[in-house]
Design a protein around this ligand. Structure first.
Ligand code: BYC
Length: 325
């Protein structure tokens, strides 16, 4: 249902109903009335999330043909396919808010909508496959588990399945790294070099610091986000430190230290100027990622046209077979 922000008597009732749903921590469903700003915020976040899954296939897809064994290739193929599936669930969730997937794809390939900053960094070695699983999927899990309790039903339900798959992704990354750090000195060095490159961009996945996050307060009030960016970043740091120790790798932050008072780790400040540049389109791989996605979309035009022609033909046949009343 399309609504205007011009509030009349009945609309105030609708708004009170929406507020009650949020206040009682219940789910908002597609047919329920919702404020236009809530709908827009969800479309923005879910579309960015869907785009991230789809663009996120590229850095890892880059290594499918170079995976060192059949087993590693099968794992990587399955993971990249899962990411395509996540993108599909999320586009479907966005469509329940009244937008069309085609329209969202257009916005992605014309850079009018964002996707996660992390996928604008290149995958330079096979260790990156392990580190993406460990750190990038690990960060995604920290960020996304609370989204299973998001106030918008279709997004929350999509996240339940996505999170189950993400946790496998994280484990396969850690398992790959464990094999590499127990391998040759060259393999160990490859893992450390990769961790050095991905640590800071992984911290940036959680978004800007809370005092520079324009959307957090409203999204938290609406129950879309359940924790602030800094809270989740802290959770990720605390989770990663013992895992790094288990792998025998060093996290590239000289300020990283346990703080007994806070019962958490203190850590250094990510380079927020770099983050801003990456989300503004000037990261190392932005142009390549978007161009690749645009090309894939254009190359797929004939498939969409063929599917449409087939659907039209089926519909025409069904009409012909209809017995007149
Ligand atoms: N990258 O007010 P803020 C995956 C933007 S896929 C780019 O804090 P919000 C995976 C933000 O959009 C992982 N942009 O925003 C896939 C906003 O700009 P606009 C994707 C970012 O929405 C394949 C502005 O900065 N995960 O895991 O309250 C393989 C101000 O920020 C980023 C999701 O999408 C960023 N990192 O909070 C492996 C999770 N951070 O839109 C793994 C769902 C911020 O106003 N999304 N921006 O122009 C969220 O949880 C939230 O949207 C965010 C940002 C925490 C990301």
């Amino acid at each position: 249902m399309t609504v205007t922000e011009d509030r009349t008597g009945p609309e105030l009732d609708l708004e009170a109903g929406f507020d009650r749903t949020i206040g009682a921590d219940q789910r908002v469903e597609p047919r329920d009335w919702m404020p236009e700003a809530y709908r827009k915020t969800l479309i923005r976040q879910i579309a960015q999330h869907a785009h991230s899954e789809i663009i996120g296939m590229q850095p890892e897809g880059n290594w499918i043909l170079r995976a060192p064994s059949l087993r590693r290739k099968a794992i990587l193929l399955a993971k990249v396919q899962d990411e395509a599936g996540h993108g599909m669930y999320l586009y479907a969730a966005a469509e329940t808010l009244g937008v069309d997937r085609e329209e969202l794809t257009e916005k992605l390939i014309s850079s009018k909508q964002k996707y996660s900053s992390i996928f604008n960094y290149p995958t330079l070695s096979y260790a990156d496959i392990g580190v993406i699983g460990w750190l990038v999927d690990g960060a995604a899990i920290c960020n996304q588990v609370p989204l299973c309790r998001c106030s918008y039903g279709p997004y929350a339900r999509a996240m339940v399945r996505i999170c189950k798959e993400e946790s496998f992704h994280q484990r396969q990354g850690f398992e790959l790294l464990l094999a590499m750090v127990n391998g040759t000195d060259a393999q160990k060095a490859m893992v450390q070099e990769s961790v050095d490159r991905w640590w800071w961009p992984s911290l940036m996945m959680f978004g800007p610091p809370d005092d520079d996050s324009p959307n957090s307060a409203q999204s938290m009030a609406w129950g879309i986000k359940r924790h602030t960016n800094d809270e989740l970043r802290q959770r990720f740091v605390d989770m990663s430190v013992p895992q790094a120790a288990a792998l025998g790798v060093t996290l590239p932050d000289p300020e990283l230290v346990w703080n007994e008072d806070r019962k958490s780790h203190d850590y250094g400040e990510p380079d927020w100027a770099e983050f801003k540049a990456v989300i503004a389109g000037s990261g190392p791989a932005n142009a390549q990622r978007v161009a690749h996605r645009r090309r894939a979309h254009e190359n797929g035009a004939w498939v969409r046209e063929a599917a449409q022609a087939y659907a039209d033909k089926q519909a025409a046949r069904a009409r012909e077979q209809e017995v007149p009343a």
